[in-house]
Design a protein around this ligand. Structure first.
Ligand code: TRP
Length: 336
């Protein structure tokens, strides 16, 4: 059987928000005491879209700072950037040859990101899921904490692992990964539109809480967040077709480690203005210290670089070793 190992990746977008925190990083922190964890800043995924080189470099460091500020321990976990470990790209090429074009064509994230002009999307964007599968499987990771939107990519990772194990007659070589999706909040939605994901690319800054927002800005954004005119229901069913209400309640639940049921019990019959002031308090209490710590850490870039350098060395050791095995299974010779 495979040793339990957690792997996840975050794109270095800079200016991480509540969605990144609740959907991913908070989960990473909880897992660090239970598993061996490998957390990767996926800079090679970022360049599937055009990036400003200077900004990309600084966003990579800001993402490390956000990890550490959120409570990830760089001694306990392997924290590194993808470009430092070349086996990711090498295995991605192998998977380009394992995965089928039909599988790629089914990926909804590609369709969304490529938009109307599919012909003009980068080839990298199309094979993005193969690189993601390589990220995970180069470490033979067994568990992957992600948001709901990445579920399809993990299914593809499972399909690739199965096809490889089958094609090369090496049953059980790659593990069949399990997604770990947060229960109370599978995705954090925009504060302006409960049907859209909270995102850095959304034009209005009012749609998201950034980890570096100060108290006044957090209060103001939550006050203005879209809701409906109904009261808070006593049962989950009362949240049906109320995406904005659901989102705010889920954020509160997730921040305070409560179930949705518990939150509804506490606030049933109340209006949203009462609830919003409580929500603001929670967001400020949990997020402001993280934001302050990010700002502090960003002043010591050599410390952040050192974390990446150390993490990359550790990751490279595992990845190189596994790549050797994989090439040998395929029948490739590697002399360097
Ligand atoms: N595609 C993921 C996202 O956008 C990021 C990612 C890249 C990832 N490689 C990964 C997540 C491997 C988990 C495991 O959120």
């Amino acid at each position: 059987m495979h040793k339990k190992r957690v792997f996840s990746g975050v794109q270095p977008t800079g200016n991480l928000h509540l969605g990144n925190y609740l959907g991913a990083i908070k989960n990473f922190v909880n897992l660090q005491n239970k598993f061996e964890c490998v957390y990767c800043i996926v800079d090679l995924h970022a360049i599937t879209n055009r990036q400003d080189p200077k900004e990309l470099k600084s966003n990579i460091l800001e993402t490390v700072a956000s990890f550490i500020a959120s409570g990830l321990n760089p001694e306990k976990n392997i924290i590194f950037n993808q470009a430092s470990v070349s086996a990711h790209s090498e295995l991605a090429w192998v998977f380009n040859c394992v995965a089928r074009i039909g599988w790629m064509n089914r990926m909804t994230q590609f369709k969304e990101k490529a938009g109307a002009n599919k012909e003009n999307a980068s080839v990298g964007l199309m094979v993005y899921p193969n690189l993601m599968a390589a990220d995970i499987l180069i470490y033979k990771a067994t568990h992957v904490p992600v948001g709901e939107d990445q579920k399809q990519h993990l299914e593809l990772t499972r399909d690739i692992a199965k096809k490889f194990n089958n094609d090369f007659n090496c049953e059980n070589y790659f593990p069949i990964v399990e997604p770990l999706i947060p229960k109370e909040i599978s995705r954090v939605m925009s504060l302006r539109d409960g049907k859209k994901k909270m995102s850095k690319s959304e034009e209005s800054d009012q749609s998201r809480i950034n980890l570096k927002d100060d108290k006044d800005l957090i209060d103001q954004k939550i006050k203005k967040a879209k809701t409906d005119n109904d009261l808070i229901p006593s049962e989950i069913i009362g949240l049906k077709n109320r995406p904005e209400a659901t989102n705010l309640i889920s954020i509160y639940a997730s921040l305070n480690d409560l179930s949705i049921e518990k939150v509804l019990k506490e606030f049933k019959g109340k209006n949203f203005s009462t609830f919003k002031s409580k929500l603001s308090e929670s967001v400020v209490e949990k997020i402001s210290p993280v934001g302050n710590e990010i700002n502090k850490l960003l002043k010591d870039q050599s410390y952040l670089n050192k974390i990446l350098e150390k993490g990359s060395k550790k990751a490279d050791l595992i990845a190189k070793n596994n790549l050797k095995e994989i090439y040998d299974i395929i029948g490739l010779r590697k002399f360097s």
